[in-house]
Design a protein. Structure first.
Ligand code: ADP
Length: 331
């Protein structure tokens, strides 16, 4: 609020400085031009006096008065104009300051929301570690098996913390240089991503059907692979065992489309507009099955896709499955 006031005051000062400056210049120029209506002193001596005019009474006094009157009117109008400029300028400055600061305020708001969400998420596994340790410390005796169990629990929580901080870091780091755009083969990048998630898919007995044709797209190969891994990870996580994940691709006009389709729990329509927000998780993924996650994957994917000048589209049907489609520029 105070920044807004200060900025508005700066704008107003500039407006008023210009308005007063112009008025002063205008006043002096105009009054100089008005004075030129009167004949010069030489005219009295060289023309009027020899012609026998009585110069005790100024023959041009009426003109002198009119000029003086003109100056006063001009001065009054300029003063009024400046008051008007002050009034309009104040409103304009306030409006402009608000407009100029609005995007900045939004960024600050989002940033502090991010920090508070992140701290909140970090607290949960840390509290779990602390509680496990305290309980263990209070026990008079600890068997080797119990100690191992505690270390295992803590290790799991540390893994969660690590995954979370990795995600946060990926979201927070601003890529100083833009990622290099290269010609990427969809087939190659999809195969690389599928290899990375194969273990998880096998563990859950989910099969991956990859029929992506070879289309050349303009993207950053590393980022694109990361995005596909995130989508595949989710597809596995939110799908029942023995279901199939299909990977398809086609091109249309300037664009290429890569889709990851699962037969999982689906996403309620009300959640669809929010799933790319940081920390957003559908209620369904928090309840019942208790799918692990922090709601960071899709926001990271979205960020990476934007960097590659692409887009992520999503359609979903509850209990039938979801399809995430990457829209990329063809090379
Ligand atoms: P996370 O999976 O860690 O919760 P994401 O950002 O990857 O975070 O996803 C956000 C939310 O979108 C998830 O919590 C889930 O509700 C929903 N979602 C994402 N992918 C799928 C999917 N394939 N099927 C069903 N729901 C999904």
């Amino acid at each position: 609020r105070s920044a807004r006031g200060r900025l508005a005051l700066t704008y107003l000062s500039i407006i008023m400085l210009m308005s007063i400056g112009f008025s002063v210049v205008f006043y002096y120029t105009s009054s100089e031009q008005l004075s030129r209506q009167l004949p010069p002193q030489s005219f009295y001596a060289e023309v009027l006096k020899p012609a026998g005019f009585n110069l005790d009474v100024d023959p041009f006094s009426f003109l002198r008065e009119r000029i003086q009157e003109g100056r006063s009117v001009l001065l009054l109008r300029l003063i009024l104009l400046n008051f008007f400029a002050l009034f309009v300028g104040s409103l304009l400055s306030y409006y402009l300051a608000r407009r100029a600061l609005a995007p900045l305020e939004e960024v600050i708001e989002a940033q502090s929301q991010f920090v508070s969400d992140a701290s909140h998420e970090l607290r949960t596994p840390m509290t779990a570690i602390q509680t496990t340790n305290e309980v263990a410390l209070r026990k008079p005796k600890l068997s080797l098996a119990e100690a191992k169990q505690i270390i295992k629990h803590n290790g799991e929580d540390i893994m969660k913390l690590k995954a979370l901080s990795d995600g946060l870091l990926r979201l927070a780091t601003k890529t100083v240089s833009k990622p290099i755009m290269e010609t990427v083969s969809t087939q190659e990048v999809v195969t690389e991503a599928v290899n990375q998630i194969m273990q998880a898919a096998l563990a859950k007995k989910v099969s991956v059907n990859d029929q992506v044709p070879d289309i050349k797209v303009s993207a950053n190969a590393g980022s694109l692979a990361q995005v596909i891994v995130i989508l595949l990870d989710n597809a596995i996580k939110y799908s029942p065992a023995k279901s199939t994940i299909s990977l398809r691709g086609h091109s249309k006009g300037k664009f290429a489309y890569l889709s990851v389709k699962d037969q999982g729990i689906g996403i309620p329509a009300k959640d669809l507009p929010h799933i790319f927000k940081r920390f957003y998780r559908s209620d369904r993924s928090r309840s019942k099955e208790n799918y692990e996650g922090y709601g960071l994957g899709l926001s990271i994917a979205d960020k990476l896709m934007r960097q590659s000048r692409g887009e992520i589209l999503v359609t979903s049907q509850l209990n039938k499955g979801s399809t995430f489609t990457l829209k990329l520029l063809r090379k």
